[in-house]
Design a protein around this ligand. Sequence first.
Ligand code: ZN
Length: 426
Amino acid sequence: MKSVRTLWFAMLMPLLASPVALAELRAVVGGNVVDISSGDILKDAVVLVEDERITAIGRRGEVNVPEGADRVDASGTWLIPGLMNMHVHLGLILPGKMEAELANESSGALALRMMANAQGALEAGVTTIRMPGEHARGDMAVKAAIEHGDYVGPRIFSAGEYLAITGGHGSAPGETFADGPYELIKKARREISRGASWVKILISGGIATDGGGIAEPLMTPEEINAVVDAAHRFGAKVAAHSGSSIATDVAVDAGVDSIEHGYFLDRDILRKMKKQGTWLVPTIVVSQPASEPFFTRIGSPDWYLERRNSTGEEHWKMLQTAINEGVNIALGTDQLPQEPNDGTTATAREAQYYVEAGMSHMEALQAATIQPARMLGADADIGSLEVGKYADIVALSSDPTRDIKALRDIRMVMKGGEVYRNELAR
Ligand SMILES: [Zn+2]
Protein backbone atom coordinates (compact mmCIF):
# COMPACT_ATOMS: atom_id res chain seq x y z
CA MET A 1 0.00 0.00 0.00
CA LYS A 2 1.29 3.45 -0.90
CA SER A 3 2.13 5.74 1.96
CA VAL A 4 0.39 9.07 2.25
CA ARG A 5 3.67 10.76 1.48
CA THR A 6 4.06 8.88 -1.82
CA LEU A 7 0.54 9.82 -2.83
CA TRP A 8 1.19 13.45 -2.08
CA PHE A 9 4.34 13.33 -4.13
CA ALA A 10 2.51 11.72 -7.04
CA MET A 11 -0.14 14.40 -6.92
CA LEU A 12 2.38 17.20 -6.80
CA MET A 13 4.60 15.87 -9.58
CA PRO A 14 2.72 17.38 -12.48
CA LEU A 15 2.59 20.73 -10.71
CA LEU A 16 6.27 20.64 -9.91
CA ALA A 17 7.19 19.47 -13.37
CA SER A 18 5.71 22.39 -15.26
CA PRO A 19 7.77 25.34 -13.96
CA VAL A 20 11.06 23.50 -14.35
CA ALA A 21 10.15 21.88 -17.68
CA LEU A 22 12.65 22.50 -20.46
CA ALA A 23 11.70 25.13 -22.99
CA GLU A 24 10.47 23.85 -26.31
CA LEU A 25 13.34 24.23 -28.73
CA ARG A 26 12.97 24.35 -32.47
CA ALA A 27 15.54 25.06 -35.18
CA VAL A 28 14.58 26.13 -38.68
CA VAL A 29 17.60 25.04 -40.66
CA GLY A 30 18.90 25.85 -44.14
CA GLY A 31 16.54 28.69 -45.13
CA ASN A 32 17.64 32.02 -46.61
CA VAL A 33 16.58 34.60 -44.03
CA VAL A 34 15.34 37.91 -45.44
CA ASP A 35 16.25 41.00 -43.41
CA ILE A 36 13.04 42.95 -43.84
CA SER A 37 14.65 46.36 -43.21
CA SER A 38 17.64 46.14 -45.55
CA GLY A 39 16.64 43.40 -47.96
CA ASP A 40 19.89 41.57 -47.16
CA ILE A 41 19.66 37.80 -47.23
CA LEU A 42 21.45 35.51 -44.82
CA LYS A 43 21.91 32.33 -46.81
CA ASP A 44 21.74 28.80 -45.42
CA ALA A 45 20.83 30.07 -41.97
CA VAL A 46 19.65 28.65 -38.68
CA VAL A 47 16.76 30.28 -36.84
CA LEU A 48 16.58 29.08 -33.27
CA VAL A 49 13.23 29.27 -31.53
CA GLU A 50 12.63 28.84 -27.83
CA ASP A 51 8.95 28.46 -27.01
CA GLU A 52 7.31 31.31 -28.92
CA ARG A 53 10.24 33.56 -29.69
CA ILE A 54 13.40 33.69 -31.80
CA THR A 55 16.56 33.32 -29.70
CA ALA A 56 19.24 33.22 -32.40
CA ILE A 57 19.73 33.75 -36.12
CA GLY A 58 22.98 32.97 -37.88
CA ARG A 59 24.77 31.02 -40.53
CA ARG A 60 24.60 27.24 -40.30
CA GLY A 61 27.64 26.17 -38.29
CA GLU A 62 27.78 29.48 -36.44
CA VAL A 63 24.61 28.91 -34.46
CA ASN A 64 24.70 25.86 -32.28
CA VAL A 65 21.56 23.71 -32.58
CA PRO A 66 21.04 22.26 -29.10
CA GLU A 67 20.58 18.54 -28.79
CA GLY A 68 16.94 17.54 -28.62
CA ALA A 69 15.79 20.59 -30.60
CA ASP A 70 13.07 19.85 -33.10
CA ARG A 71 14.51 20.48 -36.58
CA VAL A 72 12.55 21.99 -39.42
CA ASP A 73 14.46 21.58 -42.69
CA ALA A 74 13.81 24.73 -44.72
CA SER A 75 16.67 24.22 -47.19
CA GLY A 76 16.22 26.04 -50.47
CA THR A 77 13.48 28.34 -49.21
CA TRP A 78 13.35 32.05 -48.33
CA LEU A 79 12.20 32.89 -44.83
CA ILE A 80 10.18 36.04 -44.23
CA PRO A 81 8.17 37.30 -41.27
CA GLY A 82 4.55 36.15 -41.14
CA LEU A 83 2.33 38.21 -43.43
CA MET A 84 0.06 40.83 -41.90
CA ASN A 85 -3.30 41.89 -43.28
CA MET A 86 -4.72 45.07 -41.77
CA HIS A 87 -8.23 45.10 -43.21
CA VAL A 88 -10.00 41.81 -42.59
CA HIS A 89 -13.62 41.09 -41.71
CA LEU A 90 -13.69 37.43 -40.65
CA GLY A 91 -17.47 37.69 -40.46
CA LEU A 92 -17.71 39.49 -43.81
CA ILE A 93 -21.18 39.73 -45.34
CA LEU A 94 -21.60 41.60 -48.64
CA PRO A 95 -24.80 42.60 -50.45
CA GLY A 96 -26.45 40.03 -52.73
CA LYS A 97 -26.73 36.26 -52.58
CA MET A 98 -24.26 36.07 -49.70
CA GLU A 99 -26.30 38.50 -47.62
CA ALA A 100 -29.52 36.58 -48.32
CA GLU A 101 -27.95 33.26 -47.31
CA LEU A 102 -26.59 34.66 -44.07
CA ALA A 103 -29.64 36.82 -43.19
CA ASN A 104 -30.60 34.78 -40.13
CA GLU A 105 -27.15 33.68 -39.06
CA SER A 106 -27.07 33.07 -35.30
CA SER A 107 -24.18 34.40 -33.24
CA GLY A 108 -23.05 30.79 -32.72
CA ALA A 109 -22.96 30.13 -36.45
CA LEU A 110 -21.18 33.45 -36.98
CA ALA A 111 -18.47 32.55 -34.48
CA LEU A 112 -17.88 29.18 -36.17
CA ARG A 113 -17.71 30.79 -39.61
CA MET A 114 -15.25 33.38 -38.31
CA MET A 115 -13.16 30.68 -36.64
CA ALA A 116 -12.91 28.68 -39.87
CA ASN A 117 -11.96 31.86 -41.72
CA ALA A 118 -9.30 32.62 -39.10
CA GLN A 119 -7.74 29.19 -39.60
CA GLY A 120 -7.76 29.69 -43.38
CA ALA A 121 -6.03 33.05 -42.96
CA LEU A 122 -3.23 31.53 -40.91
CA GLU A 123 -2.76 28.70 -43.40
CA ALA A 124 -2.43 31.38 -46.10
CA GLY A 125 0.63 32.72 -44.27
CA VAL A 126 -1.12 35.58 -42.49
CA THR A 127 -0.03 35.47 -38.87
CA THR A 128 -1.52 38.83 -37.80
CA ILE A 129 -4.73 40.57 -38.78
CA ARG A 130 -6.46 43.79 -37.84
CA MET A 131 -10.26 43.66 -37.91
CA PRO A 132 -11.88 47.04 -38.61
CA GLY A 133 -15.49 46.21 -37.85
CA GLU A 134 -17.26 43.03 -36.81
CA HIS A 135 -20.59 42.32 -35.16
CA ALA A 136 -22.11 40.33 -32.29
CA ARG A 137 -18.71 40.39 -30.56
CA GLY A 138 -17.56 37.49 -32.71
CA ASP A 139 -14.13 39.09 -33.03
CA MET A 140 -13.47 39.02 -29.30
CA ALA A 141 -14.71 35.42 -29.00
CA VAL A 142 -12.42 34.29 -31.82
CA LYS A 143 -9.47 36.26 -30.45
CA ALA A 144 -9.94 34.73 -26.99
CA ALA A 145 -10.28 31.18 -28.39
CA ILE A 146 -7.04 31.57 -30.38
CA GLU A 147 -5.12 33.16 -27.51
CA HIS A 148 -6.32 30.41 -25.18
CA GLY A 149 -5.06 27.78 -27.62
CA ASP A 150 -8.49 26.24 -28.24
CA TYR A 151 -8.47 27.05 -31.94
CA VAL A 152 -5.99 28.02 -34.59
CA GLY A 153 -5.71 31.47 -36.16
CA PRO A 154 -3.65 34.64 -36.53
CA ARG A 155 -2.88 37.23 -33.88
CA ILE A 156 -5.85 39.58 -33.76
CA PHE A 157 -6.14 43.33 -33.29
CA SER A 158 -9.75 44.41 -33.49
CA ALA A 159 -11.86 47.55 -33.62
CA GLY A 160 -14.98 45.72 -32.44
CA GLU A 161 -18.11 47.16 -34.03
CA TYR A 162 -17.62 50.02 -36.47
CA LEU A 163 -19.11 53.45 -35.76
CA ALA A 164 -21.63 54.45 -38.45
CA ILE A 165 -23.89 57.48 -38.48
CA THR A 166 -27.59 57.46 -39.35
CA GLY A 167 -27.98 57.37 -43.11
CA GLY A 168 -24.23 57.02 -43.67
CA HIS A 169 -22.11 54.18 -45.01
CA GLY A 170 -22.62 51.02 -42.96
CA SER A 171 -26.08 52.07 -41.74
CA ALA A 172 -29.47 50.66 -42.76
CA PRO A 173 -32.29 52.71 -44.31
CA GLY A 174 -34.72 54.02 -41.70
CA GLU A 175 -32.64 52.88 -38.74
CA THR A 176 -30.87 55.22 -36.35
CA PHE A 177 -27.19 54.84 -35.59
CA ALA A 178 -24.83 56.91 -33.44
CA ASP A 179 -25.17 60.64 -34.13
CA GLY A 180 -23.30 63.56 -32.64
CA PRO A 181 -20.07 63.53 -30.64
CA TYR A 182 -21.54 62.09 -27.46
CA GLU A 183 -23.27 59.09 -28.97
CA LEU A 184 -20.17 58.29 -30.99
CA ILE A 185 -17.88 58.64 -27.96
CA LYS A 186 -20.17 56.35 -25.97
CA LYS A 187 -19.97 53.65 -28.63
CA ALA A 188 -16.21 54.06 -28.99
CA ARG A 189 -15.73 53.65 -25.25
CA ARG A 190 -18.03 50.63 -25.19
CA GLU A 191 -15.95 48.88 -27.87
CA ILE A 192 -12.69 49.74 -26.10
CA SER A 193 -14.09 48.34 -22.85
CA ARG A 194 -14.85 45.11 -24.72
CA GLY A 195 -11.22 44.78 -25.75
CA ALA A 196 -10.95 46.81 -28.94
CA SER A 197 -7.48 48.30 -29.47
CA TRP A 198 -8.75 50.27 -32.48
CA VAL A 199 -11.88 52.31 -33.16
CA LYS A 200 -13.29 52.31 -36.69
CA ILE A 201 -15.24 55.29 -37.97
CA LEU A 202 -17.01 55.51 -41.31
CA ILE A 203 -16.50 59.15 -42.29
CA SER A 204 -17.53 59.10 -45.96
CA GLY A 205 -19.78 57.14 -48.31
CA GLY A 206 -18.71 53.69 -49.48
CA ILE A 207 -19.15 51.07 -52.19
CA ALA A 208 -21.28 48.65 -50.19
CA THR A 209 -24.10 51.12 -49.42
CA ASP A 210 -26.76 51.51 -52.11
CA GLY A 211 -27.11 55.22 -52.90
CA GLY A 212 -25.11 58.33 -52.01
CA GLY A 213 -21.71 59.37 -53.29
CA ILE A 214 -18.67 57.36 -52.19
CA ALA A 215 -16.71 60.60 -51.82
CA GLU A 216 -19.32 62.45 -49.73
CA PRO A 217 -17.83 63.72 -46.42
CA LEU A 218 -20.73 62.58 -44.22
CA MET A 219 -19.37 62.61 -40.68
CA THR A 220 -18.97 66.14 -39.29
CA PRO A 221 -15.61 67.52 -38.12
CA GLU A 222 -17.06 67.81 -34.63
CA GLU A 223 -17.91 64.09 -34.64
CA ILE A 224 -14.55 63.01 -36.06
CA ASN A 225 -12.57 65.12 -33.60
CA ALA A 226 -14.56 63.85 -30.64
CA VAL A 227 -14.05 60.15 -31.43
CA VAL A 228 -10.34 60.47 -32.15
CA ASP A 229 -9.77 62.40 -28.92
CA ALA A 230 -11.81 59.93 -26.84
CA ALA A 231 -10.11 56.85 -28.34
CA HIS A 232 -6.59 58.22 -27.92
CA ARG A 233 -7.24 58.96 -24.25
CA PHE A 234 -7.74 55.20 -23.78
CA GLY A 235 -4.66 54.34 -25.82
CA ALA A 236 -6.77 53.04 -28.71
CA LYS A 237 -5.96 53.94 -32.31
CA VAL A 238 -8.48 55.14 -34.87
CA ALA A 239 -9.07 53.83 -38.39
CA ALA A 240 -11.27 55.86 -40.71
CA HIS A 241 -13.07 54.42 -43.70
CA SER A 242 -12.78 57.23 -46.25
CA GLY A 243 -13.14 57.74 -49.96
CA SER A 244 -13.19 61.51 -49.61
CA SER A 245 -10.37 64.07 -49.61
CA ILE A 246 -12.51 66.53 -47.62
CA ALA A 247 -13.37 64.03 -44.88
CA THR A 248 -9.78 62.73 -44.83
CA ASP A 249 -8.44 66.27 -44.43
CA VAL A 250 -10.47 66.68 -41.25
CA ALA A 251 -9.51 63.20 -39.99
CA VAL A 252 -5.80 63.77 -40.56
CA ASP A 253 -5.96 67.07 -38.66
CA ALA A 254 -7.81 65.27 -35.87
CA GLY A 255 -4.91 62.81 -35.60
CA VAL A 256 -6.57 59.70 -37.02
CA ASP A 257 -4.10 56.80 -37.28
CA SER A 258 -5.12 55.16 -40.54
CA ILE A 259 -7.22 55.89 -43.60
CA GLU A 260 -8.95 52.85 -45.12
CA HIS A 261 -9.42 52.53 -48.92
CA GLY A 262 -8.89 56.22 -49.77
CA TYR A 263 -10.66 55.75 -53.13
CA PHE A 264 -10.73 59.37 -54.32
CA LEU A 265 -7.91 61.01 -52.32
CA ASP A 266 -6.05 63.70 -54.23
CA ARG A 267 -2.32 64.50 -54.19
CA ASP A 268 -2.64 67.34 -51.68
CA ILE A 269 -4.27 65.19 -49.03
CA LEU A 270 -1.84 62.33 -49.67
CA ARG A 271 1.02 64.80 -49.13
CA LYS A 272 -0.58 65.86 -45.88
CA MET A 273 -0.87 62.23 -44.78
CA LYS A 274 2.80 61.72 -45.58
CA LYS A 275 3.71 64.80 -43.55
CA GLN A 276 1.59 63.76 -40.55
CA GLY A 277 2.60 60.09 -40.72
CA THR A 278 -0.99 58.96 -41.27
CA TRP A 279 -1.21 55.38 -42.55
CA LEU A 280 -3.00 54.31 -45.71
CA VAL A 281 -4.55 50.85 -45.96
CA PRO A 282 -5.42 50.74 -49.68
CA THR A 283 -7.50 47.52 -50.04
CA ILE A 284 -6.81 48.01 -53.76
CA VAL A 285 -7.70 44.44 -54.67
CA VAL A 286 -11.45 45.03 -54.14
CA SER A 287 -11.72 47.58 -56.95
CA GLN A 288 -9.40 45.87 -59.47
CA PRO A 289 -9.93 43.11 -62.04
CA ALA A 290 -8.40 40.32 -59.90
CA SER A 291 -11.41 40.33 -57.57
CA GLU A 292 -14.10 40.31 -60.24
CA PRO A 293 -14.73 36.53 -60.05
CA PHE A 294 -15.07 36.90 -56.27
CA PHE A 295 -17.95 39.36 -56.61
CA THR A 296 -19.63 37.15 -59.20
CA ARG A 297 -19.18 34.14 -56.90
CA ILE A 298 -20.91 35.84 -53.96
CA GLY A 299 -23.76 37.04 -56.20
CA SER A 300 -23.19 40.81 -55.91
CA PRO A 301 -26.13 42.81 -57.29
CA ASP A 302 -25.75 45.08 -60.33
CA TRP A 303 -25.79 48.32 -58.30
CA TYR A 304 -22.87 47.01 -56.24
CA LEU A 305 -20.84 46.04 -59.28
CA GLU A 306 -21.53 49.42 -60.89
CA ARG A 307 -20.33 51.29 -57.79
CA ARG A 308 -17.26 49.08 -57.62
CA ASN A 309 -16.42 49.56 -61.28
CA SER A 310 -16.92 53.32 -61.09
CA THR A 311 -14.28 53.45 -58.34
CA GLY A 312 -11.55 51.28 -59.87
CA GLU A 313 -9.77 53.82 -62.03
CA GLU A 314 -9.62 56.64 -59.45
CA HIS A 315 -8.66 54.20 -56.70
CA TRP A 316 -5.76 52.94 -58.81
CA LYS A 317 -4.54 56.48 -59.57
CA MET A 318 -4.77 57.32 -55.87
CA LEU A 319 -2.56 54.32 -55.01
CA GLN A 320 0.02 55.31 -57.62
CA THR A 321 0.10 58.87 -56.24
CA ALA A 322 0.33 57.64 -52.64
CA ILE A 323 3.31 55.43 -53.51
CA ASN A 324 4.88 58.27 -55.47
CA GLU A 325 4.49 60.63 -52.51
CA GLY A 326 5.92 58.09 -50.07
CA VAL A 327 2.80 57.71 -47.89
CA ASN A 328 3.12 54.99 -45.24
CA ILE A 329 1.22 51.99 -46.58
CA ALA A 330 0.10 48.92 -44.63
CA LEU A 331 -1.40 46.02 -46.58
CA GLY A 332 -5.11 45.29 -46.21
CA THR A 333 -7.57 43.55 -48.51
CA ASP A 334 -11.18 43.96 -47.25
CA GLN A 335 -11.59 40.37 -48.42
CA LEU A 336 -10.60 37.29 -46.44
CA PRO A 337 -6.78 37.10 -46.54
CA GLN A 338 -7.02 33.66 -48.18
CA GLU A 339 -9.77 34.57 -50.67
CA PRO A 340 -8.85 33.23 -54.15
CA ASN A 341 -7.90 36.07 -56.53
CA ASP A 342 -6.13 35.62 -59.85
CA GLY A 343 -4.69 32.21 -58.95
CA THR A 344 -3.44 33.28 -55.54
CA THR A 345 -4.77 34.77 -52.29
CA ALA A 346 -6.18 38.28 -51.86
CA THR A 347 -3.19 39.07 -49.61
CA ALA A 348 -0.55 38.02 -52.17
CA ARG A 349 -2.46 39.74 -55.01
CA GLU A 350 -2.76 42.97 -53.01
CA ALA A 351 1.03 43.04 -52.54
CA GLN A 352 1.52 42.35 -56.25
CA TYR A 353 -0.76 45.28 -57.09
CA TYR A 354 1.49 47.54 -54.98
CA VAL A 355 4.43 46.64 -57.22
CA GLU A 356 2.33 47.17 -60.34
CA ALA A 357 1.42 50.62 -58.96
CA GLY A 358 5.03 51.65 -58.36
CA MET A 359 6.51 50.06 -55.24
CA SER A 360 9.73 48.08 -55.38
CA HIS A 361 9.37 44.37 -54.56
CA MET A 362 11.07 45.05 -51.23
CA GLU A 363 8.69 47.90 -50.37
CA ALA A 364 5.70 45.69 -51.11
CA LEU A 365 7.15 43.00 -48.85
CA GLN A 366 7.57 45.61 -46.10
CA ALA A 367 3.98 46.78 -46.61
CA ALA A 368 2.93 43.21 -45.87
CA THR A 369 5.12 42.75 -42.78
CA ILE A 370 7.06 45.41 -40.86
CA GLN A 371 4.90 48.37 -41.94
CA PRO A 372 1.68 46.94 -40.45
CA ALA A 373 3.62 46.04 -37.29
CA ARG A 374 4.67 49.69 -37.02
CA MET A 375 1.13 50.90 -37.64
CA LEU A 376 -0.14 48.63 -34.85
CA GLY A 377 2.66 49.78 -32.53
CA ALA A 378 3.63 46.10 -32.23
CA ASP A 379 6.98 46.16 -34.02
CA ALA A 380 8.85 45.19 -30.86
CA ASP A 381 7.15 41.78 -31.10
CA ILE A 382 6.30 41.11 -34.73
CA GLY A 383 6.98 42.22 -38.30
CA SER A 384 10.57 41.03 -38.80
CA LEU A 385 12.76 38.01 -38.10
CA GLU A 386 14.88 39.20 -35.20
CA VAL A 387 16.05 37.83 -31.89
CA GLY A 388 13.44 38.48 -29.21
CA LYS A 389 10.47 38.69 -31.56
CA TYR A 390 7.77 36.06 -32.00
CA ALA A 391 8.75 33.23 -34.33
CA ASP A 392 6.11 34.08 -36.95
CA ILE A 393 7.81 32.73 -40.06
CA VAL A 394 6.72 32.02 -43.61
CA ALA A 395 8.87 29.95 -46.02
CA LEU A 396 8.68 30.73 -49.74
CA SER A 397 10.04 28.73 -52.67
CA SER A 398 11.67 31.78 -54.30
CA ASP A 399 13.19 35.15 -53.41
CA PRO A 400 10.47 37.77 -52.68
CA THR A 401 12.96 40.67 -52.71
CA ARG A 402 13.44 40.02 -56.45
CA ASP A 403 9.82 39.27 -57.25
CA ILE A 404 6.85 39.75 -54.92
CA LYS A 405 5.05 36.98 -56.81
CA ALA A 406 7.10 34.68 -54.57
CA LEU A 407 4.23 35.15 -52.09
CA ARG A 408 2.19 32.90 -54.38
CA ASP A 409 4.12 29.80 -53.31
CA ILE A 410 4.13 29.37 -49.55
CA ARG A 411 5.85 26.23 -48.23
CA MET A 412 5.62 26.61 -44.47
CA VAL A 413 3.78 28.75 -41.94
CA MET A 414 4.95 29.07 -38.35
CA LYS A 415 3.29 31.23 -35.73
CA GLY A 416 4.79 31.63 -32.27
CA GLY A 417 7.13 28.70 -32.92
CA GLU A 418 4.37 26.27 -33.94
CA VAL A 419 4.20 24.96 -37.51
CA TYR A 420 0.66 25.26 -38.93
CA ARG A 421 1.38 24.41 -42.54
CA ASN A 422 4.25 22.39 -43.89
CA GLU A 423 4.92 21.65 -47.53
CA LEU A 424 8.69 21.92 -47.24
CA ALA A 425 9.28 18.49 -48.72
CA ARG A 426 7.23 19.28 -51.80
ZN1 ZN B 1 -13.93 46.89 -44.67
